[in-house]
Design a protein around this ligand. Structure first.
Ligand SMILES: [Zn+2]
Ligand SMILES: [Zn+2]
Length: 365
């Protein structure tokens, strides 16, 4: 036991030594990078900038190349910081933040930041430096944040399997607001919640965007699809690949969230709109009775829930208090698409896991 502990300490010591050596090499790299930027080699070789040349020839990301150039450019103004780096008091990661600040703040004094760098980890130091920059020049700080707003974007595209690909960047303030909305929604909820954090985030994102009111989508499905009859085609929805009948059933279950159209050549379903919709008085009564999602342990409030028909209206189930129950979107999906069953035991709802695994695994096994 003692031997293992001392071995662990040795490895830590080695790591520290290696990192210190790498940091000093980074500094040397930055010195030469700045010299290289002054020369013409990158231009002669047809590159747009020294950073571009380094990206291709030194196998670096553009931000790493850019940081090296910035450190190299300012290192002569930062003798105390270089001293602190060479004695191991601060790391290269601190130095890049100091050089970046020297680049952005006129009349910058390294002695104002060095104590903070010695005291904090690189991440925390970066955060503290943002306060410093705001204090030194709030207008410039604001301009910079506005620039980040302008550079924000969101790209939506469809993958080959029909999945929506989301790629984007939001400025810090709006990003913080979005996180503030999603984080509470992404906490584990209800019994059997074995989702990863990323999965919970995806669910929270969807739930927030589709909450409160009818989704502006139209689904077309035949009665055969709605009844999951053999040989039936899938349902259709704009921007999506054909939907499985279980999804059509869920969307049709609380028809107030969407409209279901029936193909012209299909048999009409003898159920009036008022018989399918969980809205008006019934929705209010459901909200009063259930208050929140009825999945065991789930507390998503009524306004976030769908009205689920215990016996689907397409199978003759009534749209009344006895036959409906509030379920949040995720639990509603677990019942329809996921094959979970809800039963009442002594007035309490119990969920029963499916006996077979539904859905296809995503990615390699
Ligand atoms: Zn349902
Ligand atoms: Zn729920």
């Amino acid at each position: 036991m003692v031997a293992i502990q001392s071995e662990e300490r040795d490895v830590g010591f080695v790591l520290q030594g290696l990192r210190h050596a790498i940091d000093k090499l980074e500094l040397e790299f930055a010195r030469f990078a700045a010299e290289f930027a002054q020369g013409e080699q990158w231009d002669d070789e047809g590159l747009n900038s020294a950073a571009d040349w380094m990206r291709f020839n030194c196998h670096m990301t553009s931000s790493a190349a850019w940081r090296a150039l910035q450190v190299g450019k300012h290192m002569e103004e930062l003798p105390q910081s270089l001293e602190a780096l060479s004695s191991g008091d601060i790391g290269y990661a601190h130095l890049t933040t100091i050089a970046n600040t020297a680049d952005k703040v006129t009349g910058f004094e390294e002695s104002e930041l060095l104590p903070l760098a010695r005291e904090h980890s690189p991440g925390k130091f970066h955060y503290k430096v943002m306060h410093y920059r705001h204090a030194r020049d709030s207008k410039a700080y604001n301009r910079e944040q506005e620039q980040l707003v302008e550079e924000s974007y969101l790209r939506l595209s469809t993958a080959e399997d029909g999945c929506l690909l989301i790629n984007g960047v939001l400025d810090p303030a709006r990003g913080g607001e979005v996180r503030g909305v999603l984080e509470p929604l992404a906490r584990p909820s209800g019994a059997h919640d074995d989702r990863t954090r990323d999965q919970r985030m995806a669910d929270a994102f969807y739930e927030q965007l589709t909450a409160g009111g009818p989704a502006n989508v139209q689904v077309t499905a035949t009665v055969e699809t709605l009844r999951a009859m053999a040989g039936a085609a899938g349902g259709e929805m704009e921007f999506s690949l054909p939907l499985p009948s279980a999804t059509v059933q869920r969307l049709a279950c609380d028809s107030s969230v969407m409209r279901v159209l029936f193909a012209a050549d299909s048999l009409p379903v003898d159920v009036g709109r008022s018989r399918r919709l969980v809205d008006g008085g019934l929705r209010k009564a459901l909200a009063v009775r259930d208050k929140h999602c009825q999945w065991p342990g789930c507390e998503r409030p009524a306004s976030w829930c769908d009205g689920h028909h215990v016996v689907h209206w397409v199978d003759g189930g009534e749209t009344n208090l006895e036959n409906t129950v509030l379920l949040c979107k995720r639990h509603h999906r677990m019942v329809h698409e996921g094959g979970w069953k809800l039963i009442k035991v002594e007035g309490k709802i119990v969920s029963i896991a499916p006996t077979v695994t539904f859905g296809l695994p995503r990615g390699p096994d």
